[in-house]
Write a protein that binds this ligand. Structure first.
Ligand code: NDP
Length: 420
């Protein structure tokens, strides 16, 4: 039993915090700290009305400011910090945890907020040349903390959401129980939900749109192969959802799985998108609305994508309107006892069921539940070793068990239809 400090109080955090509150045997005190403290206070009231046994406190913090974070962490004195703010804050929060001697968990790897910053850009361009993929986010920034966390005897767990997160744990589980060697991994992320808006994003629009409008890429034979955005399209029939178009994207877990699944020959990531979403996104991109570079408008600096975020529906508000299911999982092909085999591990999650339980749609739910589980693994000392790790580097079994218990049951299908 111990105290957790959750930073951020958006769509994902609100699910993770409710799940922590349901799990008060592990998280007996929860401090919710974010930029807009009113959101934290409102969630505290809701949790108390629901009768949680956990003690809830709230704090205001600017997570871009390491000093402010250090003061907060020292005051709260938690056993673990769960970072559910934005990827822009990963490094400041990791620095503060290190300074305070507290374990760290997050769900998304570091991304620079200002991609025009020349100092960041020089490192980025070097990495593009060296690694061969152009995504703005990568693990190198956080893997740099491996020695400092190790020397401090602290654990940092990176990417404990669904993808990355559950998909990475599925990979470790498949390797442990179904294969001697995994050769091919296809990660399939299908959202069959309908919110009724012509255009809205299911999680933070800035992060989501940047991810989707970027070049795709996959890992093959020891190197990255980059594609144009949405260049590779496939169709797949998803259990619980039906037939959907899906597109190959670059995705962060490919980078760590390529290092942590020995002998893997190819890793691809596909996400489903409807026509309306893609047409709107292309149009917004063409007129410059996805840009992160500030422009001056009527004497005031504005960042186009942040302005767009203010216009779009708040992802947290999609819950009541979204119907349908998600299906996210991985198809593995490899060798067991000298024979080739394929296994598909996936979870199906119903938007309305999530809403009934925590007043949120399935995208936040499928990320918030594993975020709580990752924090629980650290809090209980089950996943505890000094250093910085991705989730597939730990024993998957306790996490897989917890997924079944906490709302994300999974299926294993042998000999599934493969993606060509
Ligand atoms: P939201 O935008 O809904 O929430 C972000 C929260 O962080 C908000 O409460 C926001 O405050 C707060 N925040 C932002 N900047 C600061 C700051 N400087 N200081 C303090 N608080 C800050 O995002 P989501 O909940 O959709 O996403 C949260 C995280 O989860 C992201 O990192 C995202 O990439 C990740 N994610 C991971 C997935 C996975 O499967 N691994 C899937 C989906 C998301 P305010 O309320 O004031 O805006």
């Amino acid at each position: 039993m111990g105290k957790i400090l959750v930073i951020g109080c958006g769509g994902v955090a609100s699910v993770a915090i409710q799940k922590c509150a349901q799990n008060a045997g592990v998280f007996d005190e929860i401090c919710i700290a974010s930029r807009t403290v009113e959101k934290c206070d409102a969630l505290k009231v809701k949790l108390e009305e629901k009768g949680t046994k956990a003690k809830i406190t709230t704090e205001k913090v600017d997570a871009d400011n390491t000093e402010e974070l250090i003061v907060l962490i020292k005051k709260v004195n938690p056993k673990v910090v769960l970072n559910l703010a934005l990827p822009y804050q990963d490094l400041t929060i990791m620095d503060a945890c290190l300074a305070c001697g507290v374990d760290y968990v997050d769900t998304a790897n570091y991304e620079a907020e200002d991609t025009e910053d020349p100092k960041w850009r020089a490192i980025y361009e070097e990495r593009c040349k060296k690694e061969g993929f152009t995504a703005y986010f990568d693990y190198s920034w956080q893997w740099k903390y491996r020695d400092s966390y190790k020397n401090a005897g602290l654990t940092a767990i990176l990417g404990s959401g669904f993808d990355p997160g559950v998909t990475s744990v599925f990979s470790a589980y498949a390797l442990k129980h179904y294969f001697d060697e995994i050769h091919y991994i296809d990660i399939l992320d299908c959202n069959g939900g309908d919110h009724g808006y012509p255009f809205a994003t299911n999680f933070n629009p800035e992060i989501n749109l940047r991810e989707v409008s970027a070049n795709g890429s996959y890992w093959e034979n020891g190197k990255w192969v980059e594609t144009k955005p949405m260049e590779i399209k496939r169709e797949y029939h998803f259990a619980g959802v039906g037939k959907k178009d899906m597109y190959l994207l670059h995705h962060e877990e490919i980078e760590s799985l390529a290092q942590n699944i020995p002998g893997v020959k190819r890793i691809r990531f596909f996400m489903t998108f409807g026509e309306s979403y893609l047409t709107h996104m292309k149009c917004l991109e063409n007129v410059g609305m996805l840009s992160t570079a500030p422009i001056v408008y009527e004497g005031r600096e504005i960042v186009p994508i942040q302005f767009l975020k203010a216009l779009l529906p708040d992802p947290a508000s999609l819950g009541p309107r979204t119907v349908g299911k998600t299906n996210i999982g991985c198809i593995f092909t490899g060798i067991k006892d000298g024979k080739e085999k394929s296994v598909y591990i996936y979870n199906v999650c119903d938007h309305q069921e999530c809403f009934k339980e925590v007043e949120s749609q399935a995208i936040s739910y499928t990320t918030g539940v594993p975020a709580m589980i990752g924090a629980m693994m650290v809090m209980e000392g089950i996943w505890k070793k000094p250093g910085v790790f991705n989730v597939e580097e730990f024993d998957p079994d306790p996490f897989m068990e917890a997924l079944n218990k906490w709302g994300l049951p999974w299926e294993v299908e042998e000999n599934p239809v493969l993606v060509d």
